[in-house]
Design a protein around this ligand. Structure first.
Ligand code: SF4
Length: 63
């Protein structure tokens, strides 16, 4: 499983961080960093929820 970010879409809204702070982090400029783009299978539902929560659909999961 891999997290992909469409940087053209991401607006730093932070829903992903709220849903899965282990994987997404916003800095003071609202720039989002993916802390680990290859989550283990055990975290699939959490990461999927974060992907679904993004209001601008900037996130996707591959694999
Ligand atoms: S929820 Fe979407 S727009 Fe907000 S920081 Fe995460 S990826 Fe970017």
């Amino acid at each position: 499983m891999r997290i992909d970010v469409d940087r053209d879409k991401c607006e730093g809204l932070g829903m992903c961080e709220a849903m899965a702070h282990e994987y997404f982090e916003l800095d003071d400029d609202d720039t989002m960093t993916v802390l680990d783009d290859s989550p283990p299978e055990v975290d699939r539902s959490k990461v999927h929820a974060a992907v679904e929560a993004c209001p601008v659909m900037a996130l996707s999961l591959a694999g």
